[in-house]
Write a protein that binds this ligand. Structure first.
Ligand code: CA
Length: 254
């Protein structure tokens, strides 16, 4: 049933310079998988494919994705269980279900498992591309951080552009790129708890996950650099099981 074949009128296959996002495509029907993957790549997405639920979870655990296109009827582990498993750890990634079954109850089950959208097979490929685009737009509009170039903490001046800060006695100290990105993220979201998930997404992006202690070590370094008494932190706070928070110096004295 070659009803899925659809090619947009692209003539510039190798010209997309900016990746629009990284997608995980989970589909066991080979023809359908390769057709969807090809069309997503033509749209400028980076696509990794899995042909069963087990492979999908393995790929998901070792990579970062913006969106998962997930078939429901899959070998090894079905799509609903894959979705539930993903949602245990990650609430941000978009999940779009594909299913041959178009019953309302299936749709509801998919959404209950934590999916953001649902498309019944057979579907129009253009509709799939459009739905993906709309979901990813939602993400980008939500993540628009206001950008700052510098900040002052306890008389230390941070220069985000040059990855440095000036200590209280005027010395220039270098920060690593990731330290700078994390510091900036926490300061831009001051007084809010920033989840580990969001930190991974904003600071590590598509790179491999850091080990569990890495973010803690960054926070310890920030305390050493910026706290009056690093053993009694008032500015850089870990909220157990939730994330990390930068509290403004003024408000911590209230
Ligand atoms: Ca299937």
């Amino acid at each position: 049933m070659p009803i899925y074949i659809y090619f947009k009128s692209h003539t510039y296959i190798s010209q997309h310079i900016n990746m629009k996002g990284r997608l995980l495509l989970v589909e066991d029907e080979e023809n359908l998988r390769s057709t969807i993957a090809l069309n997503l790549e033509l749209e400028g997405y980076e696509v990794l494919c899995a042909e069963n639920g087990k492979e999908a979870l393995q790929l998901f655990k070792s990579n970062r994705f913006d969106l998962v296109v997930l078939d429901i009827m899959l070998p090894e582990i079905n799509g609903l269980d894959v979705c539930r498993e993903i949602r245990k750890e990650n609430r941000n990634v978009f999940i779009l279900f594909l299913s041959a079954r178009s019953m309302g109850s299936e749709r509801i089950e998919g959404l209950k498992a934590g999916a953001d959208d649902y498309l019944s097979k057979p579907f129009n490929l253009e509709e799939l591309l459009l739905r993906i685009e709309i979901l990813l737009k939602r993400k980008n509009s939500g993540a628009s951080l206001k950008s700052i170039n510098s900040a002052v903490i306890n008389a230390r001046i941070i220069h985000f552009d040059t990855y440095q800060f000036t200590s209280a006695d005027g010395k220039i100290v270098s920060l690593s790129k990731k330290e700078t990105l994390l510091l900036k993220l926490l300061i831009e979201k001051k007084n809010q708890v920033v989840s580990r998930e969001e930190i991974l997404e904003q600071v590590w992006g598509y790179e491999n996950f850091p080990t569990g202690r890495t973010i803690d070590n960054f926070i310890l370094a920030f305390r050493k650099y910026f706290e009056v008494d690093p053993s009694q932190p008032k500015l850089f706070i870990s909220v157990r099981g939730v994330g990390y928070k930068y509290t403004e110096a003024e408000s911590s004295n209230n």
